[in-house]
Design a protein around this ligand. Structure first.
Ligand SMILES: Nc1ncnc2c1ncn2[C@@H]1O[C@H](COP(=O)(O)OP(=O)(O)OP(=O)(O)O)[C@@H](O)[C@H]1O
Ligand code: SF4
Ligand SMILES: [Mg+2]
Length: 328
């Protein structure tokens, strides 16, 4: 059969056919002649091939909702792309996809080719995929169970024409549920997790879940970001600690993971988010942009460090040490 190569399955003596096609099975003219098993094997091979073109994979998560994950993921992706990296931004929030709106691409619809889906281009080196691009009526909720969500996330990685990427950043929904597990599973070797929290004392409780989740899956924690940390009064320019301060930093200290910095509350961020303009673009000189740049810098350093570790095949670099949680 054209596009397939016959091979003998190790140990069984059975002759099988390995599909060498670049096409996705749904658009393939031989779809009717392949078994489900063959199609699954093909999807796995495609996923592995896509992942081999993505240098670094980062997940942005939190223990609870509304703390600013999507804001951090978006501004992190934009900052890295502004620095010249090729970046993909994967919105893994199937029920509440916000990334499309945050980058001003809400009205776009994803087109397909024989090789897969074409991600939406925000700039020449920043591409985005989100469930929002597939929902006709934005008021209709996506009512999907785990397996369907897993399949969507798997397709967002394996069936999207990402091309060569330096970074693929996944924005997760709150908590440590199905989607978070699926992203970790599908992205295979995740370089690290950025955990977003708010400054209140309960930040430790919220962050602990995310840190434990990462440790259980063997994914390094790049660090904790304290978002909504203080408000600069637009009138007197003095800082107001609206939600207290320092909870994120304390959580990082107690959980023995790096602290990546504080992002202050900036009322303009909400307006920009609604207008679909990433904050680091509209406010390049603000305090919050400085914080986003520092976080991007730390992520870049972290993956560089990991690369070095891989090359040297060493297992005892400092971040492993830092992840040992304090025993109480
Ligand atoms: N530092 C900040 N200053 C002002 N507004 C902010 C800041 N960070 C986030 N916001 C606003 O808070 C709201 C929630 O942010 P965002 O959607 O990023 O949170 P989330 O953690 O992704 O939420 P969910 O858990 O629902 O996915 C948005 O309107 C966003 O613009
Ligand atoms: S349906 Fe899928 S597995 Fe079968 S030949 Fe086409 S691309 Fe290959
Ligand atoms: Mg979000």
């Amino acid at each position: 059969m054209a596009g397939k190569e016959r091979f003998e399955e190790r140990g069984t003596g059975m002759v099988k056919e390995k599909c060498e096609k670049e096409a996705v099975c749904d658009t393939c003219d031989q779809s009717g002649s392949c078994t489900q098993q063959e199609k699954e094997a093909h999807a796995q091979a495609r996923l592995a091939s896509r992942l081999s073109c993505i240098k670094h994979r980062i997940m942005v998560m939190s223990g609870k909702g509304g703390v600013g994950k999507s804001t951090v993921a978006t501004n992190l992706a934009v900052t890295l792309s502004q620095a010249g990296f090729y970046v993909g931004l994967l919105d893994a929030d199937i029920h509440g996809p916000n990334i499309a709106k945050m980058v001003g691409m809400e009205s776009k619809v994803v087109e397909g080719s024989a090789k897969g889906m074409i991600p939406i281009e925000v700039s020449p080196n920043l591409k985005v995929i989100s469930m929002a691009f597939f929902i006709g009526d934005r008021d209709n909720p996506v009512v999907w169970r785990g397996p369907l969500k897993h399949s969507a996330i798997s397709q967002f990685v394996g069936e999207v024409e990402w091309g060569d990427l330096d970074f693929l950043i996944a924005d997760l929904p709150p908590g440590t549920g199905d989607e978070s597990l699926s992203v970790a599973h599908v992205m295979k070797e995740v370089d690290g997790v950025v955990i977003v929290t708010t400054p209140q004392d309960v930040a430790l409780l919220d962050s602990r879940k995310a840190v434990t989740f990462s440790r259980m899956l063997g994914i390094p924690v790049i660090g904790i970001v304290e978002n909504m940390s203080g408000l600069i009064c637009p009138h007197c320019h003095q800082e107001i600690s609206l939600f207290k301060k320092g909870g994120g930093e304390k959580a990082a200290r107690d959980l023995r993971v790096p602290f990546l910095g504080r992002i202050p509350i900036d009322p303009e961020m909400v307006t920009d988010c609604d207008r679909g303009i990433p904050f680091v673009i509209s406010h390049p000189d603000s305090e919050a942009t400085k914080a986003f740049k520092e976080i991007a810098h730390r992520c870049k350093d972290f993956v560089g460090f990991k690369n070095l570790e891989k090359q040297m095949e060493r297992k005892n670099f400092p971040y492993h040490f830092q992840e040992q949680e304090v025993k109480r």
